[in-house]
Design a protein around this ligand. Structure first.
Ligand code: C5P
Length: 239
């Protein structure tokens, strides 16, 4: 498979066409951004960690019956993926109140959310990802009621699978973001599942193992990403 033209460049990843029209190459760059792009840096090696963790989670979800865009890991920092028609939604599943939920609503940070809360934002840098409700999703023709039901059910199923996996490795899955696309009418998980898109708390210490370390300058970001990747990728969960 040969890498072709650049199709799309986001804040931290670039997507390239290949000589196969059904396959794209996703490159995880070392760029990191926060607060709607206001804070940005380049951290050498970050892309490789996020690609490794994302590839692992996609393979793990496939083994558990969830359809994802993942095809294979070609070289470090990249992933070959199925070309999807992406749906511009950011589907966030929250198990514990943190981040924007605590900033915008009267929750205490760390408050458990049972059942988990799903929040769906419209993916648009220009509009700053405004929150949607079901009626807006339909009025904007972003998804049909059947698709939205499937997206929510899949997001909750993924939450259970990842929560259990991370729990066994001493990590609490606080919240995470998913994106979905269509493949011949089927709903498929796309984008990434990495330290950039999840909030992970070490159970023993409560320490952040994710992008919050960058957002709030809580410590060494690369050391945190390396430790998170080591833990997530280890069969036993040990350091
Ligand atoms: O900022 P907020 O608390 O709403 O983020 C919830 C979760 O979704 C976090 O894990 C965050 O990393 C992720 N997220 C993301 N991309 C966005 C917005 C949120 O990966 N554009």
């Amino acid at each position: 498979m040969k890498q072709g033209d650049l199709l799309h460049s986001g804040k931290a990843k670039s997507v390239y066409r290949t000589d196969d029209p059904g396959v794209y190459i996703m490159k995880f760059r070392d760029d990191i951004t926060a607060f709607d792009g206001e804070k940005k840096d380049t951290l050498c090696g970050k892309g490789v960690y996020n690609a490794e963790v994302s590839s692992f989670f996609f393979r793990y979800l496939e083994e558990h019956g969830i359809r994802t865009h993942y095809l294979e890991s070609t070289e470090p920092g990249t992933m070959a993926v199925r070309a999807l028609e992406m749906i511009p939604l950011e589907v966030i599943v929250r198990n514990i109140a943190a981040g924007s939920l605590v900033r915008k609503y009267p929750f205490r940070e760390g408050e458990p959310l049972d059942p988990p809360v799903i929040i769906i934002d419209y993916k648009s840098d220009a509009l700053h990802d405004p929150m949607l409700n079901d009626d807006l999703v339909f009025a904007l023709h972003l998804a049909t009621p059947e698709e939205l039901d499937l997206i929510k059910a899949t997001a909750l199923a993924i939450n259970e699978i990842l929560r259990e996996y991370l729990d066994a490795r001493g990590i609490t899955l606080v919240d995470f973001k998913l994106e979905f696309g269509r493949d011949n009418g089927d709903i498929v998980v796309g984008d990434e599942i990495s330290m950039d898109s999840m909030r992970l708390w070490e159970k023993e210490t409560g320490a952040s193992l994710d992008k919050d370390v960058y957002r709030f300058s809580k410590g060494d970001v690369m050391e945190t990403y390396a430790a998170a990747a080591r833990r997530i990728l280890s069969p036993s969960g040990g350091e």
